[in-house]
Design a protein around this ligand. Structure first.
Ligand code: SAH
Length: 341
C-alpha cells in the first residue's frame, strides 16, 4: 500500500500516469489530501472506479485526538494524537499577535538523550513519515478552527535525525496547491548535528534555523547534551557560521537556563564570543522542570540577558505559554504512557 499523502505533486503526477490517468487528477487528489480528506470517497470530482482503484492501492491515515488540553491562561492548545499503530505524538497550537503557530513533532520519542528533556526519556520508537508531520498541521487547523500561519519544528524528536522526511514535509506545507506556508514562517530546531546543518545549508531554504546550544563550553554541554561528545562546540559553531554565510539567514540559538549549570557570567561571555559576527539571535528559555530530572530553573535569567546585551548580542527571553497544561513537549505523551502502565 502506498502512503499517497507523503508524495509531492511530481510523484503523484507520475503515479497517476502509471494508472493511465491525466495529470490534472494528481492535482485534484493533492488538493483534497491537503484539505484533510479522510478517504477517497470524499473526493467527489473523481470517478467511482478511480476512487476504488485508489482505495485498493493507497492508504490515507488520519490521527485521532487522544487528549486535548486548552490553557485557561492564554488559549494554547495541546494535542496528543494517536497514530494508527498506537503510538502517540504531541502538537501545540500557540496564539500570538502575529498569527497562530503550531509546534510539531518529527519522531515518536527521541534518541538524543538531552538531560533536561522529557521527549527523550523513553528513547526513539520510530521516525514519523512526511504525511504524519503534515497531518499535525492539517488536523490541528481543522480541529481548532484556527488558521495556522507559522510552523516550528520544536516538538518531539530531532528534525535533522529524520532529514529526508523533514525536507519532504517542508516541500509539502510550502506547496501552493497545499497549505502554502512560506519558508520564512517556518523554524527548524536542532540539537546541533553539524554535518546535517552543513547539508541543510546547501538547500538554501529561507526558514529559520534554531540551534539548541544550552552551553557554550564542551564540559558543560557534553554533560547535558550527549550529542556534544561527538560533535563539540567548536565544530557546531563552525557549521552555524557557515550556514549563515551560505544562506544569509541569521541563526537563532536556544539556551535553556539551568540553575548553577550554564548561567554564569563566564558562560555568558563565552556565548557572546561564539555568536559574534553572524548576526545571531539568542533566545533564553526559562527551564521547564521535568519531574524525572534534578535540574532546576536558573535564577539569573535577567543578569545573563543583560551581560549578553552589553556585548551587543540580540537577546529575547521566551514567554511561557500554556504553563498550566504541560505545554512543553514530551510531557503529555509521557504522562499518557505512564497512565497506561
Ligand atoms: N530536537 C530539537 C527540537 C526539539 S526540542 C532540538 O533539540 O532543538 C525543542 C526545544 O526545547 C529545544 O531547544 C530543547 O532543547 C528545548 N527543551 C527541551 N526540554 C526543555 C525543558 N525542560 N526546558 C526548556 N527547554 C527545553
Amino acid at each position: 500500500m502506498t502512503d499517497i499523502k507523503s508524495m509531492n505533486l511530481e510523484q503523484m503526477t507520475a503515479f497517476f500516469k502509471q494508472l493511465g490517468e491525466p495529470a490534472f487528477r494528481a492535482k485534484q487528489v493533492f488538493c483534497w489530501l491537503h484539505k484533510g480528506a479522510r478517504s477517497f470517497d470524499e473526493m467527489t470530482n473523481l470517478s467511482k472506479s478511480l476512487r476504488q482503484t485508489l482505495t485498493r492501492e493507497c492508504f490515507i491515515d488520519v490521527p485521532v485526538v487522544e487528549r486535548k488540553q486548552v490553557s485557561a491562561l492564554d488559549g494554547t492548545i495541546k494535542y496528543l494524537w494517536r497514530l494508527p499503530d498506537g503510538n502517540c505524538i504531541e502538537t501545540v497550537l500557540m496564539r500570538y499577535k502575529h498569527g497562530n503557530t503550531v509546534c510539531i513533532s518529527c519522531q515518536v520519542g527521541c534518541r538524543m538523550g538531552c538531560a533536561f528533556c522529557a521527549s527523550t526519556l523513553g528513547g526513539k520508537v520510530r521516525d514519523l513519515r512526511p504525511s504524519e508531520m503534515l497531518d499535525q498541521v492539517l488536523f490541528t487547523q481543522l480541529d481548532s478552527g484556527e488558521p495556522i500561519s507559522n510552523i516550528v519544528l520544536m516538538g518531539i524528536g530531532e528534525p535533522l535525525d529524520n532529514f529526508d522526511t523533514v525536507l519532504r514535509f517542508l516541500e509539502l506545507v510550502n506547496s501552493p496547491d497545499g497549505l502554502n506556508i512560506g519558508m520564512r514562517h517556518i523554524s527548524l530546531s536542532t540539537c546541533g548535528l553539524a554535518d546535517k546543518i552543513d547539508k541543510l545549508a546547501q538547500y538554501k531554504l529561507q526558514l529559520t534555523l534554531s540551534v539548541s546550544l544550552h552551553a557554550p563550553d564542551d564540559e558543560t554541554r557534553s554533560k547535558i547534551m550527549p550529542v556534544n561528545r561527538s560533535v563539540g562546540v567548536e565544530r557546531l559553531m563552525k557549521a552555524c557560521h557557515d550556514y549563515f554565510a551560505v544562506t544569509g539567514r541569521r541563526v537563532s540559538f536556544e539556551y535553556a537556563m539551568i540553575d548553577g549549570v550554564n548561567d554564569s557570567d563566564a558562560q555568558a561571555d563565552l556565548l557572546a564570543r561564539h555568536v559574534r559576527g553572524m548576526s545571531a539571535h539568542v533566545n533564553l528559555i526559562p527551564l521547564n522542570h521535568v519531574e524525572e530530572s534534578p535540574l532546576k530553573p536558573s535564577r539569573r535569567v535577567k543578569e545573563f540577558q543583560r551581560r549578553l546585551e552589553e556585548q551587543g548580542i540580540t537577546v529575547t527571553v521566551r514567554r511561557r505559554l500554556g504553563s498550566d497544561i504541560d505545554a512543553s513537549c514530551g510531557q503529555l505523551r509521557r504522562k499518557a504512557m505512564q497512565d497506561k502502565q
